[in-house]
Design a protein around this ligand. Sequence first.
Ligand SMILES: [Zn+2]
Length: 314
Amino acid sequence: MKKGNIIYICGRAHSGSTILDIVLNNCPDVISVGQMVSGLKDGPSRLCSCGKRRDSCEFWVGIIDDMISLGYSIQEIETLAYEQANLVSQPQTWLSSATKNRLALLRNLTLDIYVSATRRSGSANLVDSSKEPTRALFLARHIEQTRILHLVRDPRSVVYSHVWRMDKENGYFQMRNRKFYMPSLKPIFVVLVAAGWTVGNFLCEAVKILRPEVVLRVYYETLCSDPDREIRRIGKFLDIDTTAVRQKIATGQTLNTGHLIGGNDFRLNQNVTFSAGRVEDKILPIWINMVIFTFCAPLMVMYGYKWIRNIKKI
Ligand SMILES: [Zn+2]
């Protein structure tokens, strides 16, 4: 087997990471495991994209068994990465060396999961789409064979996606693993999403400054408008063959969703296709646009997002 990488998808929620994860899973020599950090944290009842619970999915049962036999406790397997990925761990992740501390233990666990998953799948590359920039920093600093895809999406689309769900599900909002149903707090949640977009993407940019050779920025809009060219570019960066998945997308074939343990719930659908140009943007109320411009303007300019977009009216 040729030498592979841990491929990490970094970025904000509602940016299209699950579909990118699935696209990569359809490349030979690549196994995607979804948002592994939150997926493992959710425990044995968590649903895998194969349709089974984690404790009855052969793939995940095998990996957990491998880790237990290597001496890790179930608590370490489920929570070590989750604790490190928290925003408050940023300073420690920047400053600590991975020797004789929990970072060292997490480094070993991450590499052991990588070895187990790739051996069991017969693939050389593992994709983790946990998105958290603090984990991206950990991987970039402490694991040599890391490759990071920084997925960026227009903040108006990200906010729209959150707002759409808030309106549809009685004020639903999720922060870390906590779920809120509070429609009256919508303005606060919108501010959190907009500010989080800037902070999260800024932290991804910081990782790129640290190790520019291992980070590739991917725009969700480009992925949708020209998937063939963008996936070819991603494949070149990752040194993987993307011919088969580009062919599947071009002909509208179903994509294999594999064993994603976390991510958008559409991963549980067994008939996922990649529909190019599927951008469901609508015009947002003025106050929401003002919030977005207030909190996101500098990076929006840097990423080349236009102030006026051709979008549909609600
Ligand atoms: Zn499974």
